[in-house]
Design a protein around this ligand. Structure first.
Ligand SMILES: NC(=O)c1ccc[n+]([C@@H]2O[C@H](COP(=O)([O-])OP(=O)(O)OC[C@H]3O[C@@H](n4cnc5c(N)ncnc54)[C@H](OP(=O)(O)O)[C@@H]3O)[C@@H](O)[C@H]2O)c1
Length: 250
């Protein structure tokens, strides 16, 4: 941690109780941001991360909010602004995927995937925007997916939502320039709960198809998110950066 030398306003990382979100929250806290650890089910994971961050000199609060619910997101935003005196960074990371072929996909499955992966990002940005504008500086980072580019034969709802997130990223980048940049990261296979079963069952076959020969660690995605959220990344906006070990090249 930065030992309190650099005290910056708030950063919201949705879905940060575990996985990629937890790595991003840890990283931003180490740079001096007050971070909101957001979860929907895993209260223990969120509390343990907050304890780890505060225990090493950082600042963190824990806020439960389902990103698919605007009122809960608005509460997350207000709690963050109150705790840290402002908000400069929003990372839309909360995500939901499930294995569903189109024939077996219910209307509820579809709506849930869109509500969490796409509407969730809109909710956070809508609620946080007045705070970013007050700072006259802001960074929005949307965690997208390889599936936005390749499509998916077992999750059309997820791929469609993540493709939509790229459209949202570009639109917000145009609208909010120049003081607020908006970018997306499209991770490939990353070692988290989301991929644990697939990697356990088919890891060797998957790694053979990735030029890097392995899955990413959450910290590698977090390093890229931290860069896009930094002062130095000010000339990058509306971009989607692939971090996929070369499995898909545009
Ligand atoms: N892992 C990969 O290979 C991979 C690849 C491409 C893209 N991604 C994207 O990267 C992001 C993070 O994925 P991950 O692998 O770290 O996932 P994960 O390990 O499954 O963690 C998901 C996180 O999102 C939270 N979450 C889920 N639904 C939510 C909701 N409705 N409201 C608020 N929070 C919610 C979870 O909270 P609880 O702990 O409370 O359930 C958890 O913190 C996602 O957007 C995912 O689509 C991941």
């Amino acid at each position: 941690m930065n030992g309190g030398t650099n005290v910056l306003p708030g950063a919201i990382v949705t879905g940060s109780s575990r996985g990629i979100g937890a790595a991003i929250a840890r990283r931003l806290a180490s740079e001096g941001y007050g971070v909101s650890i957001n979860y929907v089910n895993d209260a223990a994971g969120a509390a343990s991360l907050a304890e780890e961050i505060t225990g090493s000199g950082g600042r963190a609060i824990v806020v439960r909010a389902d990103v698919s619910n605007y009122d809960e997101v608005a509460h997350l935003v207000e709690e963050t602004a109150k705790a840290f005196g402002g908000i400069r960074i929003v990372v839309n990371n909360a995500g939901f995927s499930q294995h569903r072929r189109i024939g077996e996909m219910t209307i509820d499955d579809w709506n849930r995937a869109i509500a969490i992966n796409l509407s969730g990002a809109f909710h956070t940005v809508k609620a946080a925007l007045p705070h970013l504008e007050r700072e006259e500086w802001g960074r929005i980072v949307n965690i997208c997916s390889l599936r936005a580019m390749t499509g998916s034969d077992h999750g059309a709802h997820y791929a469609a939502a993540k493709s939509g997130l790229i459209g949202l990223t570009k639109s917000l980048a145009r609208e909010l320039a120049p003081r607020i940049t908006v970018n997306a990261i499209s991770p490939g296979y990353t070692r988290t709960d989301m991929t644990a079963r697939t990697l356990a069952e088919k890891g060797e076959e998957i790694y053979a198809s990735i030029p890097a020969g392995r899955a990413a660690e959450p910290e590698e995605i977090a390093a890229l998110a931290a860069f896009l959220a930094s002062e130095e990344a000010g000339y990058i906006t509306g971009e989607t950066i692939n971090a996929n070990g070369g499995i898909y090249m545009r």
